[in-house]
Ligand binder design. Sequence first.
Ligand SMILES: Cc1cc2nc3c(=O)[nH]c(=O)nc-3n(C[C@H](O)[C@H](O)[C@H](O)COP(=O)(O)O)c2cc1C
Length: 474
Amino acid sequence: MSRRIHLNAFDMTCVSHQSPGLWRHPENRADTYNTLEYWIDLAKTLEAGGFDALFLADVLGIYDVYRDSASPALLDADQVPLNDPFMQISAMAAATSNLGFAVTSALTYEQPYALARKFSSLDHLTRGRIGWNVVTSYLESAARNLGLQRQLDHDDRYGIADEFMEVVYKLWEGSWEEDAVLKDRERGIYTDPSKVHPINHAGKHFNVPGIHLSEPSIQRTPAIFQAGASSRGRRFGAQHAEGIFLNSINTAVTRRQTDQIRDELELVGRPRDAAKIYALITTVVADSDAAAEKLFRQYQSYSSREGALAFYGGWSGLDLSRYAPDEELRYVQTNAAQSAVSIFTTANPAQRWSPDTIADYLGVGGIGPVLVGSPQTVADEIERWVDDSGLDGINLAYAITPGSFEQFTALVVPELRKRGRTWAGYEGNTLREYVSGRTRVADTHPAAAYRGAYAGAPSAADAKNSPEAVIPGR
Ligand SMILES: Cc1cc2nc3c(=O)[nH]c(=O)nc-3n(C[C@H](O)[C@H](O)[C@H](O)COP(=O)(O)O)c2cc1C
């Protein structure tokens, strides 16, 4: 059998995630993003389709680069209004048994000690179905509202990220020994203090002397995802990621990216397939090719040029209102997502992009292809994208929601199953098992270095605080 194509769904706790203007489509229920009903229905649909995970994007600012204004984003609801992506996860987990959840959190604006506890909590509550999409943020507007004058420099953000990861790995993998929690009612020992260890982290950016607050969860370290595609971002991904999300414009460019990522994995001592790679793809499916084409044209008629350029401004850091509509975009180093600039310039020098063609491309489905056709046509195209690009799967964005996900689950999943390209049912119970076949991090993953690393080292039970000292006779 050919390799399984991993399916992930891409959404965000907002109205317009990747398809600007389409919120106006009469069948789009994206504006119910602030109800649990929306999220629970979506989770059930995705689980019926055997999706590995729902990937929840997030940002902490607004898209105000284009026209130097927040108005275009607000008018089109481009990722604003935007709620916190962690809140709906427990409700979705309660309504499903298998679906995984990969939630985005920008570590630039977090403390590792507190964020580690948040993920451990969700790993407990989802019974091992949580993943973290590690991002460093790209919006100046986020930095300005989170205590900085301006965004930290691109590569410095990744430098902080490396140390951040070291701290959370220490907390998740090293602080609590496997058998620390005894729940011994007779002896009155819930946790054996000698088996819980302070991590004593003293670094350039973080000092965390203490213990992890949560007891070990099923996966301990959540499944780690990442989506940075600049050269520094790729290096970070090669070190830490177990799943990597890519934007894509054609299979040749995507193939180069997947080859580069696998080379980098090898360079850091991990197997070439240690991270699964997924490309952003949107599908428009109907019973026949002609009906799907008609539907696609209808979707396009709702898309917003201003909204698309507002998105692009936020992602790239470039204000395309300063360019003539047909002026060629050339690579400029920005402090936002550098891969959002390179993908339309240096990645494929044979193709020339301008504000008009970029707006057109982004109009439905963001920086990824839109595959349009009957279930057979779309399944053919997905196989071609995955196989020609060296991908492991897709990250399915929507034109309208939950309609696009329902179409895909009802029409394309059965076709992929028939071809043996996606599983008939979940194999395993944890998100990491879906991604890599194991529940705990691989031995070659950097988190594994802290597994049991402090056993035998000083514990939280120093003489002063041990139960013997506090309550004699125990
Ligand atoms: C498919 C995809 C999804 C992404 N989702 C998010 C997100 O939800 N939040 C975020 O802050 N950045 C997101 N990013 C941006 C990257 O994680 C990264 O921060 C950005 O691309 C800058 O890094 P780079 O210059 O290395 O590409 C995403 C990127 C891609 C390709």
